[in-house]
Write a new protein. Structure first.
Length: 142
């Protein structure tokens, strides 16, 4: 029964997160009056304030279940999360520096540069995903 409740909680959290991201994207990209109305702004704020505690609860719930399984597993996962966070920050810094270098003094990135960045990161992501899949499923290749 506990697992069913956790799955239900995760699904509600995911739906609310998707709604919040969608509303935020519409507000950023649209000039329509309804997208910037008081009601939509209040909805966005309420969703943000609901999702933040739900995220903390899910994270704590997951950490407690890992600790109950094995404290060694918990610390191994923490080490992996920390290294993934460090790599993510490093990649973000490199991306910001690369964009700043390409832009120079201009205020906008040309479409060719955008396509180049998107292509490079798409290829890197595909190579990483394929390598991860092959590493995890190496016995099925035979």
């Amino acid at each position: 029964m506990g697992e069913l409740s956790k799955k239900w909680f995760q699904n509600v959290w995911l739906c609310l997160l998707f709604a919040s991201v969608t509303i935020n994207y519409i507000q950023r990209m649209s000039d329509a009056l309804w997208a910037h109305s008081e009601a939509v702004q209040v909805l966005d704020t309420v969703l943000d304030w609901i999702i933040l505690p739900m995220t903390v609860v899910l994270f704590v719930w997951y950490c407690i279940s890992l600790w109950r399984t094995s404290d060694r597993l918990f610390w191994r996962k923490c080490r992996r999360w920390g290294s993934a966070l460090a790599i993510g920050i490093l990649v973000a810094v490199v991306l910001v520096l690369l964009v700043r270098y390409v832009k120079g003094e201009s205020s906008a990135i040309s479409e060719e540069d955008r396509a180049l960045f998107l292509g490079l990161f798409a290829v890197a992501g595909l190579v990483w995903a394929m390598a991860r899949y092959k590493f995890k499923h190496w016995r099925k290749d035979e």
